[in-house]
Every structure is written in C-alpha cells, then in structure tokens.
Write a protein that binds this ligand. Sequence first.
Ligand code: SF4
Length: 289
Amino acid sequence: MSIASVVNQWFVVNGRDLPWRRAGFSAWGTLVSEIMLQQTPVARVIPRLEEWLQRWPNPAALAAVPSGEAVRAWNRLGYPRRALYLHAAALTITERHAGVVPRDVSQLLALPGVGDYTARAVAVFAYGDRHPVVDTNVRRVIARAIDGNAEAGPPSTRRDLAAMEALLPADTEGARLFNAGAMELGAIVCTARAPRCDSCPLAEVCAWRAGDYPPYSGLRKAVQKKFEGSDRQVRGLILAELRTADVPVLATELDTVWADDVQRTRALAGLLADGLVVGSPSAGYELPS
Ligand code: SF4
C-alpha cells in the first residue's frame, strides 16, 4: 500500500473535527482560517474565526468596513498585520473577482498576504483541486518518514512542493485527503518534540525510525526571539490600548503601556510604518479607518 493510502485511511478515522473541514464551509472561511492558522494555534483560532465569519460572512462584508475594524477584531491572535492583509484581500476579491474567492492558484497568490501554502490550501480544501500543499507539519513528516532525517531543514518552495507531489495520489479526492492527512499526522502524531511512533500509521515504513532516530545534523532556521520583553510584546500592548479606545490616544497616555521610552517609541514607529496605527503626536494615535 502506498504511503498516501496508509495516511488517508488513518486520517478518515483519526482526523479532528475542525470547522474548516466540515461540509459546506465556504471558500472565504477557508481563506480566513488559513491566514489565522499561519501563526496561531488551532484552539485560539476557532473562537475568533467563528466571531469573524459571523460578522463578515463574505469578502464584501469585510471590505465594507474600515481596516481598523479588522485590526480591532483580530484581538490577540498575534501578528496583526494579517488582519490588514485579510482586509486588503477582501477589497481585491470584491473589486476584481466579483466577491468570489478565486480558485486559480496564481490569482490566489496575487492576493495580499497569500503565499505558496495558503494559495494551494484554498484551491485544494475549498475547491477540491489537485495541488501539493506543504506546511511545517508536512515537511516534518516527509523529512522523517521518507528522508530519514529528524528535521526538515530550511524550507525551499520548489523542493518541498516536488517532494509532496511525488507522494500525492493522482485522483483529486485522494490528493485532497492526503494533503489534509499528512498535515494532521504532523500536527498530532509526528510532532516536533515528541513523535508518538507507537500510534503512527507509518511506523513500519518510516525511514527515521528504521535508522534508529539519528540526530539532526543539517542547517537550522534562525530561532525566533523570545516574546517577553520583545518589540512584538510592546506592539501588542500598544494595539490593545488603541483597540479599547473610541478616540485617538495621546502619546502621553501610551507612556503607561511600557516604561522603556526607546523601545516604546520604536514599537509605535513600526506600527505606523506597517499601517496598523495612524496618527501623530499632536492628534493622537488610533487604528486605521
Ligand atoms: S514513525 Fe514516528 S517519526 Fe516516523 S512518521 Fe511516524 S511519528 Fe513520525
């Protein structure tokens, strides 16, 4: 039996029941969920996604409100530039695609904030087309089960897509299932820190396991900086302050969110440069309209 068949059989029985996997979930919902999931865990995404789709059930509904509303509703999902991207994508979809999320990968890639993973994920999971979809979890499963390496090494779109394509069933339904199944296997069984090989459907064929788990000796991507005390934390605190305000917040009021003047000023300058905040020292600061 092929690796894809084994994973697909396992996935049909063991895959989690997640909102974006349910029948009838819209292409817009798939796009929103994939962008939310890019850097935020599933458990934190689900409640925010439900609120978001209730309020803005289609791209036109989101495009009709100021971008600051999207940033406000993003709340504490982290990396809030994604809210601005989603708003900009909603505008593009409304203006250029008659309000319908495109199906074509090149049109999806042209949307703000949509990269190789998200474009293919929408084409496959929302429209059922056949493409390889590769995220961190898929890369780890392939690295271990096929290549015999503990880790995947730095990403390469061309190489990663080719590796997944080589395993993908020819039929669209089998391919869709395998894309979702490989991702799920990496998320809940072949996890980065504690793979549960005893529960893994690939245990008998896994190259890394067969080689007695050799340690990783390849290149590593740069380790992400600690959140506590980082500019990211200060940016989040400033945004939290602005989210709760109905009028522009003066710079002196922002002084209270973080004591270090240099770091607070730098974080505010970054938010202004990214378009997540608008205003000036004299007028005060607010979310964009
Ligand atoms: S056998 Fe272990 S290491 Fe190999 S794919 Fe399964 S969980 Fe990952």
